[in-house]
Design a protein around this ligand. Structure first.
Ligand code: GAL
Length: 459
């Protein structure tokens, strides 16, 4: 209930226009002035007993020397994620031993909790130094207004042009990606697949449902999923999977969709996708999906209760951190019907405007641009380094296959790389759908939200 309340609030906050309406420049200035006047009045009376608040309010406060600190906000608290960020902290500490890292992990996979917390801080004029921002053109365009350009850090980096372009808004680069995740994956419990007699890889959605039926008859959960704690946006991932698998959709369609170039009301791929979601949810998903997080859903596979899970490759990092071995305990395949393309997004950090420790925020971002940081992080996280010169020998064979797949095929913007307001609103609509199964109402709701959120396509 609490989670629900928070998310509604968050969604409202994130409708484009609403955010800027709430903190128009004038309002922000007048709020700052009010705070300054209040401080000024107090200081004037206390310090000198003379003067007016207005006088103090117009004087800039004395600038404190920058402390050797770095305040970082992120949501990497689950297995695999935590270890991966710790590996990068270790590199930072080696390079800057006397800088204190103020680590602020906001538990809540996918970042709904952290995004709301950081937005509140930004509103209050208390920005952190840096925070996790999922990497994709939509999300970066949603956050760039809070960030300083970091063009110099990008100079000469061996990152493919498409990925590079996601960091850019107008003429400037605003964030540095640390990793790229592949979103369109099916993970499976290898032992159960063999025991039940499922042939993998499964190539089509129809065959996938047949396999699910067989698993159900054998007494296991065919498909494990979790959407609790604000994590309903994982449902968007399923919509993307099925739009990509639809004969009326495909990878270019999903890419266009996430660039704001689609028409949900009339595009048949949207209806096709909802029909498949209905089949999956009515028949094959764990009934308590609304009470589990993404990693708890993964645990159903590890407990030999469920066979399949659809999730980004951070699930692989999670499995591995729990001692489950790739190609021994669990298997991977591109989601059925999506062969030949990967839906991807990444994770990035920038330097917040007004960061209290800008020197170290910049140093952090610079560190993330190095091959070493990307290697140490991605090996643990289950991810692809954005830089193409990162040596791959420390990556396990499954991750190498995933990296090769991403680099050798078309990439499609999706997952958490979309416009922030869409991420939240689409999740809210789909959460309703997986209990009501009202396709026409859902298409209409998606269309209304889409047209509001994308008055025009992204650049
Ligand atoms: C994604 C993020 C991943 C992973 C996941 C679960 O949004 O890009 O790095 O952390 O959430 O928390």
């Amino acid at each position: 209930m609490n989670g629900k309340r928070r998310l509604n609030y968050q969604t409202d906050e994130l409708i484009p226009g609403y955010w800027s309406k709430k903190i128009t420049r004038r309002k922000a200035i007048s709020t700052t002035a009010k705070v300054a006047i209040a401080i000024g009045v107090g200081a004037a009376i206390a310090a000198a007993g003379i003067g007016t608040g207005i006088y103090y309010a117009t004087r800039a406060p004395p600038k404190k020397p920058e402390e050797k600190k770095l305040a970082i906000y992120h949501w990497w608290t689950a297995g695999g994620e935590r270890e991966a960020i710790d590996a990068v902290y270790k590199l930072f500490k080696e390079k800057y031993p006397d800088v204190e890292i103020i680590d602020n992990p906001a538990a809540g996979g996918g970042g709904a909790v952290m995004r709301a917390a950081v937005k509140a801080m930004l509103l209050a004029g208390q920005p952190p130094d840096t925070c996790q921002i999922t990497y994709g053109p939509g999300m970066i365009q949603s956050w760039a207004k809070f960030l300083e350009p970091i063009d110099d850090v990008w100079e000469g980096l061996p990152v493919p042009e498409t990925l590079k372009s996601w960091a850019k808004v107008g003429d400037h680069y605003y964030v540095m990606p640390l990793n790229i995740h592949r979103d369109s994956n099916i993970w499976y419990n290898l032992k159960l697949v063999n025991k039940i007699g499922i042939e993998v890889p499964i190539e089509t959605v129809d065959d996938f449902f047949k396999a699910c039926e067989k698993i159900k008859s054998a007494g296991y959960i065919p498909f494990a999923f979790g959407t609790v704690g604000g994590q309903r946006f994982w449902l968007n991932y399923i919509l993307e999977w099925f739009m990509m698998a639809s004969p009326n959709g495909g990878p270019d369609y999903v890419n266009d969709f996430n660039y704001g170039r689609a028409h949900p009301a009339t595009d048949p791929a949207v209806k096709d996708a909802l029909k498949n979601m209905e089949t999956l949810w009515k028949n094959y998903v764990n009934p308590d999906f609304g009470a589990l997080t993404w990693d708890e859903a993964g645990k159903l596979l590890m407990a030999d209760k469920a066979v399949f899970n659809y999730m980004g490759d951070w699930q692989k990092g999670h499995f591995m951190a729990s001692g489950w071995k790739p190609d021994v305990d669990f298997g991977w395949q591109p989601a059925p019907g999506t062969e030949g393309a990967s839906i991807v997004h990444g994770d990035s950090f920038g330097v917040c405007k007004g960061a209290p420790h800008p020197t170290y925020a910049k140093a952090w971002v610079k560190l993330l641009s190095t091959a070493k940081a990307q290697e140490d992080f991605c090996v643990i996280k289950g991810a692809t380094p954005p830089r193409t010169d990162v040596p791959l020998d420390r990556f396990d064979p499954m991750q190498r296959r995933i990296i090769k797949y991403i680099r050798g095929h078309k990439i499609v913007v999706g997952g958490h790389g979309v416009v922030e307001a869409w991420l939240d609103k689409c999740g809210e609509i789909l959460e309703e759908f997986v209990t009501s199964f009202n396709i026409d109402k859902t298409v209409a709701a998606l269309d209304t939200a889409y047209r509001e959120i994308y008055p025009k396509p992204l650049e």
